[in-house]
Design a protein around this ligand. Structure first.
Ligand code: FA5
Length: 348
C-alpha cells in the first residue's frame, strides 16, 4: 500500500545511500552515521515533523522504513570493509612454506643431573619421599645434632666455609637428618635428600670443594642393618648392573653406630680387578650406618623403641662410575662437547 510520507524521506535517503556507496574507508561510515543518524543528525531530525503529520502511524512507518534501509546499507558496507581488512592482514601474514627453516639445537642434560634423577627414581620406587634442606645451615644441624660437638676431631675431615662462627655451608647432606626428624614429631621417616655440599678439600680427579650427595634416612620400629644392606644392594643393581654386589667395610661416623663404608663390585671388570677399581675389584660409593642412639635421643626419638639407618651417596662418584668419567672437575666445566658425549653413550 502507498504511504503518502514516503517522498518526504526518499531524497535524503538516496543522498545517504550514495554517500555510503562512495565511502572509501571505515571512518567515512562513522562520519555518515554521525552526520545523519545520530540524535541530532539530519535524518533523525526529520522525525520531529511527526508533530505536524495527521497520520502519525504512517509517518512513523515511512521514517522507520527509510532508516532501516540506510542502516542495512551501512552494515553491509562495514562488513565489506572488515572483510577487505582481514584479507589484507592474512595476506601480509602469509607464510612462505618453501623458505628453509631455522635450525635449533636441542639441549642435553648434564650426566650429573641424569644420575641424580635416576637415583631419585630408584628410591622413590622403594617408597622414599624426596626432601630438601638448606645449603647454608647452622653448626647445630651440620654437626651438633649429629653427635659431633664442638672440638670433636671428626670436624677436621669436614672443614667447610664459614659465613660466621655459627653459619656455614653444609659439609654433608646429613644435616637434613636433624631437620627432618625435628619436623616428624617422633613419627616414622623414610626420605632421601639430594643436594649440594661443600668442603675445604683440595680439588683433584675424585675430589671437589663443591660436590653433591644424596642422604637417605629411615626411622621406624625394628629397622636393622640387614634392611640397610638389602636397600643398598637393590640400589646398586638398579644403578649399575643386575649382577652388582656390595660389601660393607666397617668405618666410623659419629652419627651412626655401627658405621660402614659401602663398596660396589666394579662394573667394568666384575670384581676381577682393573684400572677403574685400581685392581681391587671394588669401588667405594657411600658412607652409611645405623642411626646413633644419641642422634635419635637429641631429635626426640626413644632409641629403645625406634631404630634407623642412614646413608650418604656421592652423586658425582656414582655418575663417574656409571659413565666411566675420569675426572670429577669435568662436571663443572660447562664443556658442551663433554655433556653431549654422554648423551651419545645413552643412545648407543
Ligand atoms: C659423609 O659425608 C657422611 N655424611 C655419609 C653418611 C651419611 C654416613 C649417613 C653415615 C650415615 P663421607 O665424607 O664419606 O661421608 O662422604 C660420603 C660420600 O661423598 C663419599 O663416599 C664420596 O662419594 C662423596 N664425597 C666426599 N667428599 C667428596 C669430595 N670432596 N668430592 C666429591 N665427592 C666427595
Amino acid at each position: 500500500m502507498e504511504n503518502k510520507y514516503e517522498n518526504l524521506f526518499s531524497e535524503i535517503e538516496k543522498k545517504i545511500l550514495v554517500l555510503i556507496i562512495q565511502a572509501k574507508i571505515m571512518d567515512d561510515l562513522t562520519d555518515i552515521r554521525n552526520k545523519y543518524l545520530s540524535k541530532k543528525g539530519e535524518f533523525s531530525a526529520l522525525m520531529n515533523k511527526i508533530r505536524e503529520a495527521d497520520d502519525k502511524k504512517a509517518f512513523g512507518e515511512a521514517y522507520n522504513f527509510a532508516r532501516r534501509k540506510i542502516e542495512t546499507a551501512l552494515s553491509e558496507k562495514l562488513a565489506e570493509f572488515q572483510k577487505a581488512a582481514l584479507n589484507e592482514k592474512l595476506h601480509a601474514e602469509s607464510i612462505d612454506i618453501t623458505l628453509p627453516g631455522k635450525n635449533y639445537n636441542v639441549g642435553v642434560m648434564n650426566p650429573f643431573y641424569k644420575v641424580k634423577r635416576e637415583i631419585e627414581d630408584i628410591f622413590v620406587g622403594m617408597g622414599y619421599t624426596v626432601e630438601n634442606g638448606p645449603e647454608v645451615d647452622t653448626d647445630k644441624y651440620v654437626f651438633e645434632l649429629l653427635n659431633i660437638p664442638k672440638d670433636h676431631p671428626a670436624r677436621d675431615m669436614q672443614d667447610t666455609l664459614y659465613i660466621d662462627d655459627n653459619l656455614l655451608l653444609r659439609s654433608h647432606t646429613s644435616s637434613v637428618q636433624a631437620h627432618v626428624m625435628e619436623h616428624a614429631n617422633g613419627k616414622p621417616i623414610k626420605i632421601i635428600c639430594p643436594g649440594k655440599t661443600f668442603r675445604r678439600d683440595d680439588d683433584d680427579m675424585t675430589h671437589s670443594h663443591q660436590f653433591a650427595q644424596v642422604e637417605g634416612l629411615v626411622i621406624d620400629k625394628n629397622i636393622n642393618l640387614g634392611n640397610l644392606k638389602a636397600t643398598l644392594e637393590l640400589f646398586a643393581k638398579k644403578m649399575f648392573s643386575k649382577d652388582s654386589k656390595i660389601r660393607f667395610r666397617s668405618s666410623y661416623f659419629p652419627f651412626t653406630e655401627p658405621s660402614v663404608e659401602v663398596d660396589v663390585s666394579c662394573f667394568n671388570c666384575k670384581g676381577k680387578g682393573c684400572s677403574v677399581c685400581k685392581g681391587s675389584g671394588w669401588i667405594e660409593i657411600l658412607g652409611a650406618g645405623m642411626v646413633h642412639p644419641n642422634v635419635l635421643k637429641m631429635s626426640g626419638y626413644d632409641p629403645e623403641v625406634y631404630s634407623g639407618y642412614a646413608f650418604g651417596i656421592g652423586i658425582e662418584r656414582v655418575a663417574m662410575l656409571r659413565y666411566g668419567i675420569d675426572d670429577i672437575r669435568r662436571f663443572y666445566q660447562s664443556d658442551v662437547r663433554f655433556i653431549e658425549e654422554f648423551n651419545k653413550k645413552d643412545e648407543d
